[in-house]
Design a protein around this ligand. Structure first.
Ligand code: ADP
Length: 405
């Protein structure tokens, strides 16, 4: 309906006809109803703002009931309700307004006043509609912004994982190179000695030739064993990297933080093996709930930072990992004997882009993302300097807590 259409409800035929003709004379389109239920249904179905003139006294749902219901449970399109009444007592009028009526007109009508009151309603409805529309747009906008923020956060977590892979992969390439070299040497040994074996198999082979072939054959199981170990080592490095880099994969469920510690150590093995002794005091803690890959990502960040801090201290160091359970929480602590964190920087380390590392070595995102991951798991990530020097990171997670992540 257009806003110059007026809905009226009156059970009295004479009164309704008078009102209809007065409104038509004033230039309004009129839709009439004889009961409160009928006008309420029509208002709820309307797809535009509605001016409703409702008689106070009607059998069934009366005018005040209608106003009360519409204000308690507003329809999808705004409505401006005017009570029509022959009551002139101020207390009655206040009662109608208090119960949700927007305005009132008293019978017999003054035509000029009626038109003026309807126009007030039309003006108010226009601004209510505007408010309604902008509210809708605002809600839509908020939803888009929230979606965008969630996507960006996800992208950051992935970017951080990619950057860690970049940092770790240099060391891993070295790790893969070692077994590859001795596999190559062993293959060469096997090739060179194949001739010895085939000569020994000849009909006229001498005793020495047979002995030489026998010695070689005795060494073959060891050579093959070494090669198998080398291949297993390469496979485990590649698998670790593959699962860590599986950016879209999620692994929601119950898991032990002690296992995450082991996986993260494995991934960082090359960063730690030259200057760092790892001491583990893992307490077989109860399981936690969440995304195991993300918790591993947090630990990889903390371990690589520890390796950097120990290197920066100029001395070999110790990385102590401990886990325990207290008051229904799983607590994991990571202490390194590195250079420590200046007191003024203790809270800054969690700020995005805060880094003291050279360009290309640090992004300043690791700890900020790590804290977000732990917070999303309903936990806490804290840092302090250890009394004996170096940094101490503490991860607190609810044990077996099925959080909505
Ligand atoms: P990035 O490692 O890329 O710099 P992070 O957010 O992981 O980013 O770390 C931010 C900063 O926090 C580091 O640059 C470093 O100055 C400091 N930091 C983190 N861990 C340690 C630590 N174990 N010891 C000393 N400083 C640390």
């Amino acid at each position: 309906m257009k806003t110059n259409t007026v809905y009226i409800a009156d059970d009295n035929d004479t009164d309704r006809t008078i009102l209809e003709s007065a409104l038509r004379k004033l230039g309004f389109e009129v839709v009439s109803f004889t009961t409160g239920d009928a006008i309420c249904d029509a208002i709820r179905k309307a797809d535009r703002p509605v001016i409703a003139l409702v008689d106070w006294l009607m059998p069934g749902r009366n005018g005040v009931d209608i106003c009360r219901e519409l204000s308690a449970n507003p329809p999808s399109s705004p409505v401006y309700s005017i009570i029509v009444t022959s009551r002139t007592d101020k207390t009655d009028i206040a009662f109608a307004l208090d119960n949700g009526a927007d305005d009132f007109v008293t019978k017999p009508f003054n035509i000029v006043e009626l038109r003026a009151r309807i126009h007030v309603g039309i003006r108010l409805l226009a601004s209510r509609q505007q408010l309604f529309d902008s509210n809708g747009r605002l809600l839509e906008h908020t939803k888009n912004v929230e979606q965008l923020a969630a996507t960006r956060a996800e992208q950051l977590v992935r970017a951080d994982r990619l950057s860690t892979i970049g940092i770790l992969s240099a060391g891993m390439a070295h790790e893969i190179n070692n077994p590859t070299s001795f596999i190559a040497i062993n293959i060469q040994t096997l090739e060179e000695n194949l001739q010895t074996v085939s000569t020994a198999l000849d009909y006229g082979a001498t005793v020495e030739q047979k002995q030489e072939a026998g010695l070689f054959m005795a060494a073959v199981p060891e050579i093959l064993g070494e090669m198998k170990n080398g291949i297993a080592r390469i496979r485990s490095i590649v698998n670790g990297l593959k699962s860590y880099s599986h950016l879209t994969q999620e692994k929601h469920g119950y898991f032990a933080i002690d296992d995450c510690m082991e996986t993260a150590l494995h991934l960082c093995a090359n960063r730690l093996k030259y200057h760092v002794t790892v001491e583990k005091m893992l307490g077989e803690t109860p399981q936690v709930f969440g995304d195991q890959f993300q918790i591993e990502q947090v630990l990889v960040n903390i371990f690589t930072n520890a390796a950097d801090a120990i290197e920066e201290s100029g001395r070999d160091g110790v990385l102590t990992l401990s886990t325990e359970c207290a008051n229904g929480k799983v607590i994991a602590q990571i202490h390194d004997t590195g250079r420590g964190i200046p007191a003024a920087a203790l809270e800054k380390v969690f700020m995005p882009f805060y880094t003291t590392k050279a360009i290309g070595k640090g992004t300043g995102l690791g700890l900020s993302i790590s804290r977000t991951i732990i917070t999303d798991h309903k936990g806490e990530l804290l840092v302090e300097n250890h009394a004996e020097g170096g940094a101490l990171f503490t991860i607190i997670l609810p044990s077996k807590h099925k959080a909505a992540i």
